[in-house]
Design a protein around this ligand. Structure first.
Ligand code: AVI
Length: 321
């Protein structure tokens, strides 16, 4: 009998690297930037003065939490579910307000990383001891499905940080649809959308002079080197940011400074780069009200209220089913 060849099973990262680097034009998905080093670099980005998004959303939550909470079932009770909770720095402003007015609620932060959740849990115990919370590790939709199947209380679903901006419009609609399917008519979705603005402000946020965003973008190549035994020379690639003010799409690229060959030994892959050949790595979409309304309508959601930062750079919207 012929020996049967062992089927090769690839991880999601490996699949993305194989398909992305063997097509033209080349691409890699930004979701793989976030290993431990990528998470740390993103924390550094959020602390940069050029990265206005964090400060804008922080100020909205700091100044407008009482208005944001007006439609929450403060007496009967509600679950505040945060998808992609991170360090919870901005959410704590809303939690603080809800705790002060003695609202009847539970905070349910959802994150894929148990480490991130444990740190958040410790912080909450120290800083907001009266807040009832439960840490939920898992993918957003697994957790949302479970919650909507047994829970009767109003759900307030939070998605902060303009994370939706890293999705193309078609994927953003799918994302909103999956949330919508798990909502009841009394539930609310509270989501951040970075807005169109002076193009230079956007470029500066994604191309800082200290090279933090460059290191963040190049972390994709660094991960290929360490995890897949690749030999990318990071210095031979340029971080390049573009912004199209017509579509509102900021795009990140890595550009090969010379003709070069890269070997990725674990995947038995040799990749040729021509001089100035690109790898497209990320989009960061900027929105206006019409686009947000269009996306929402495609997912059978409607805008309930809009909260904008003083600069008008950033808005949070509440949506209803
Ligand atoms: C996580 N996400 C919303 C960030 C953004 O603004 O697109 C990721 C990022 N990329 C470069 N800087 C920050």
């Amino acid at each position: 009998m012929e020996p049967t060849a062992k089927p090769t099973t690839y991880t999601a990262f490996e699949k993305d690297v194989i398909s992305g680097l063997t097509k033209y034009p080349k691409r890699l998905s930004s979701k793989f930037i976030y290993d431990e080093k990528g998470d740390k670099l993103f924390q550094d980005i959020m602390a940069m003065p050029e990265y206005y998004l964090t400060e804008c959303e922080y100020s909205i939550l700091q100044n407008q939490s009482p208005t944001i909470a007006e439609k929450f079932n403060l007496n009967e009770g509600f679950d505040l579910i945060e998808l992609g909770a991170g360090d919870g720095k901005k959410t704590k402003l809303l939690l603080k307000h809800l705790s002060e007015i003695e609202a009847n609620f539970r905070y349910l932060p959802v994150d894929i990383s148990q480490n991130v959740l444990n740190e958040l849990g410790n912080d909450l115990e120290q800083e907001l001891p009266k807040v009832d919370f439960e840490l939920l590790q898992g993918s957003y939709f697994e957790v949302l499905n479970q919650l909507s199947s047994y829970n009767q209380r109003q759900k307030i679903i939070l998605v902060l940080g303009s994370n939706i901006g890293n999705l193309m419009h078609s994927d953003a609609i799918d994302f909103l649809k999956k949330i919508q399917e798990n909502m009841s008519p009394e539930d609310l979705l509270f989501m951040g959308f970075d807005q169109k603005k002076h193009p230079q402000v956007v470029i500066d946020a994604y191309d800082d002079p200290n090279g933090i965003t460059e290191a963040f973008n190049k972390n994709l190549l660094a991960r290929i080197n360490t995890e897949l035994d690749g030999n990318f020379d990071l210095d031979e690639f340029l971080h390049w940011e573009t912004y199209d003010p017509e579509t509102g799409t900021a795009k990140s690229f890595l550009v090969s400074k010379k003709a070069q060959n890269v070997r990725i030994a674990k995947l038995n892959l040799d990749i040729d780069f021509k001089t100035w050949e690109t790898i497209h790595t990320e989009i960061s979409q900027k929105y206006d009200d019409d686009t947000v309304e269009w996306l929402a309508s495609k997912a059978n959601l409607s805008i309930d209220r809009v909260f904008e930062s003083e600069t008008k750079y950033y808005k949070n919207y509440t949506f209803k089913k």
